[in-house]
Design a protein around this ligand. Structure first.
Ligand SMILES: Nc1ncnc2c1ncn2[C@@H]1O[C@H](COP(=O)(O)OP(=O)(O)O)[C@@H](O)[C@H]1O
Ligand SMILES: [Mg+2]
Length: 207
């Protein structure tokens, strides 16, 4: 089926909430319907981004809060220009695992960087591109941690207090933008969650 325009869908939520699992299911579902789509993610989907991701997730000395934000924003700027914008211009459905709301939830609400400042920087990094739909997979922080197991990266290794702040941050963002941001209870089974994903995406695409 030909789409008349591109659609930009972002998946958000704690590590372990099921973003990658659900994104794979959504891609399969869209492919079956012959709807042209790409799956992408942050950080690290571009060549430059791969190097930034390595620093962001594995650098083992202290990182200044602002430096962490700028690294994510640099990754985003490259990603938007090199991957997301071109795909949207080709009328594709872009499914992106983490985007602007991750920076707001993690660096803003959890690390305490100024929200207005991050909004401003996000605008520069995205050159005005915004998701049509954002799905927040909301999960108890303890359950998310259990799903992840032992091998954790730099941000996953933060304590439970940090992860609870991230979760609260996402819920505040959703309250502030209920049209764009939809919250799904991700404590449920993979199948139950995917039913809701299909419903939201179906509504967006008028399927
Ligand atoms: N609804 C679910 N219930 C139980 N386990 C799940 C669920 N969704 C995902 N998982 C499992 O939890 C782990 C993390 O899921 P993943 O999709 O990688 O999360 P994320 O990409 O958000 O970090 C994986 O091992 C996955 O198989
Ligand atoms: Mg993932």
């Amino acid at each position: 089926m030909e789409l008349k325009r591109g659609y930009f869908i972002t998946f958000e939520g704690a590590d372990g909430c099921g973003k990658t699992t659900q994104a794979k299911l959504l891609v399969e579902w869209l492919n079956k319907k012959q709807l042209n789509n790409i799956f992408t993610f942050e950080p690290g989907a571009t060549d430059l981004g791969k190097s930034l991701r390595q620093i962001l997730l594995h650098y083992d000395k202290p990182v200044a809060n602002a430096a962490e934000s700028f690294l994510y924003l640099a990754d985003r700027a490259q990603h938007v220009q090199g991957v997301i914008k071109p795909a949207l211009l080709e009328n594709k459905i872009v499914i992106c695992d983490r985007f602007v709301d991750s920076t707001l939830a993690y660096q803003g609400f959890a690390r305490g960087e100024d929200i207005e400042k991050i909004n401003f920087l996000n605008k520069i990094a995205t050159s005005g591109i915004a998701p049509d739909l954002t799905i927040v997979f909301d999960i108890e922080s303890e359950i998310a941690q259990e799903r992840l197991g032992k091998e954790k990266d730099r941000l996953e290794s933060e304590g439970i207090t940090f992860h609870k702040k991230v979760r609260e941050g996402y819920l505040k963002l959703a309250q502030g933008e209920p049209q764009r941001i939809k919250v799904i209870n991700a404590n449920n089974s993979i199948e139950e969650i995917f039913e809701q994903v299909k419903k939201l995406v179906g509504e967006l695409l008028n399927l």
